[in-house]
Structure formats: C-alpha cells, structure tokens
Design a protein around this ligand. Structure first.
Ligand code: URA
Length: 246
C-alpha cells in the first residue's frame, strides 16, 4: 500500500488532506519523516501522524526449519502432522511456506509471514537455485547428467524443465540443483531416466543453507535484516549464530 492511502484512511482524512499532512512533514514511517505520498508501506512498518501512531508494526517472521520425513509441508491438516506443528512460536499461525517439500522429502523449509519475501524467493524469474541430495533405486547413468542439463518436456504443464545440474556422488547418490520448483520435479526427472528416487533431502534454497547443527525437526528464526539482505544481494549466506534471532 502507498503511504497516502494509509494516512487517508486514518480517521477518514481524505486523499487531499493526507497529501498535505505528508508534504508538511507530519508523517513518520519507522521514525523517519517521509514527504512522498507514494512511499510504499506494509504492515510491518510503524506509521505516525504527528505524535499519534496510526499503524503499529506487526512482527515480521522469517524461519528456517529442518523438515523430517513424514511431516507435511502444509499449515493445517487433519491427518498428518505439519511443519507448523513443529514450531512453538505464539504467532506461528501467521506463517506460510516458501517452497513445499513432499511428505517423503526431508530438509530445508523456509517459513514467513512476509509475502514479499516469500514471493522474492519463489518468483520464477529469479530462478533461485534449490539443491537436493538424491538417493536412487538404480545406479545413476552418466548420460543422465546431459539429460538433466538439456531439460525434460513435461506434458501435463506443457513446459521443458530448465537446465539442471546433476553431480553424481556415487553409484546411487547425486546432488541436483534446480532453478525452479515444479510438482514432484526431482522424482519425475529421475523417472525419465528410468530410475526411482528412494531418498530426497533439500540442502539449500538460494543463499539459505541448512546448518549442520539444525537437527531434524528443529527450526530457527532468521534475523529479518539478514533474511532480506540475503535474498536481495543473492550472496551465499553463512548462517553463523549471529544470523539467527532468539
Ligand atoms: N522434487 C520432488 O520430487 N519432491 C520434493 O519434495 C521436492 C522436489
């Protein structure tokens, strides 16, 4: 939302009066005077007109979670435990998931109540890389590397998958980097090379890597500034303890 709309809706001030108040320097966003009515504001910002707070900021939440096999990537389910059930923060019901995993897949899941952040991570045009460790039923053929790089045509969606990097680690284990996230994508890709995924684990999403000390079923808050800096700079994030918020 733009600042002028928010200010205008306050006590039905009206657009004209809102513009005058903003131009006169009477409006502060997060303690700073803003004189541009088009300044974007969201629900995580504190907005004041003169000394009156017209919007108190909501707490923005950014979490990484180590999903165990058997837990559903959903916010609610009648039959299975969900990732939300693993979290013990009071405002956990405001969270949504930035990129689901199958129930049989383990690894990194990001959660937030900030739609702009999750959109940034999930937006197709940003091609955020997701790295998976894959175990297969059959030996992985060397030719699969070139086939994954070429892409597979998926009839259901009428798309060809983006070039993916497959690194064979041993006979039945590989590391796969995808730059998109389609339904059951890893499993479907391995099916196309006459193989079957028996174990799947997500190690990272863009700059966010699952830390070694984040045990299966555990989660952590990310520092909001670091969470945003990581997605906007694209730099790999070394998640030292200072990156987390208690
Ligand atoms: N691809 C899959 O097949 N499953 C997942 O959970 C993630 C990617």
């Amino acid at each position: 939302m733009k600042l002028d709309r928010l200010v205008a809706s306050h006590q039905s001030l009206g657009r004209q009066a809102a513009h005058r108040a903003i131009a006169a320097g009477r409006v502060r966003v997060d303690a700073l005077v803003v004189t541009d009515g088009h300044h974007p504001v969201d629900r995580f910002m504190r907005v004041e007109v003169d000394a009156e707070v017209i919007q108190s900021p909501e707490r923005a939440l950014y979490l990484m979670l180590h999903k165990p096999v058997g837990i559903l990537s959903a916010t609610k389910d009648d039959q299975h435990p969900t990732v939300i059930d693993l979290i013990d923060a009071p405002d956990k019901h405001t969270l949504h998931i930035a990129g689901r995993l199958d129930r049989s897949t383990s690894g990194l899941v990001l959660l937030t109540n900030d739609g702009r952040w999750s959109k940034r991570i999930m937006a197709a045009e940003h091609k955020v890389p997701k790295v998976y460790l894959v175990e297969t039923a059959e030996p992985i053929a060397m030719e699969a590397v070139a086939e994954f790089a070429r892409g597979f045509y998926f009839h259901t969606e009428d798309i060809t998958t983006l070039p993916a990097e497959l690194v064979i680690l041993d006979e039945r284990r590989a590391r796969l980097t995808l730059h998109e996230g389609r339904y059951h994508q890893v499993k479907r890709m391995f099916h196309r090379v006459n193989n079957r995924v028996t174990g799947l684990h997500r190690e990272s999403i863009g700059p966010f890597c699952l830390p070694d000390d984040l045990k299966s079923g555990a989660w952590r808050f990310l520092d909001p500034q670091i969470a945003w800096a990581a997605v906007t700079s694209g730099d790999s994030l070394l998640l030292k303890s200072s990156s987390f918020r208690e």
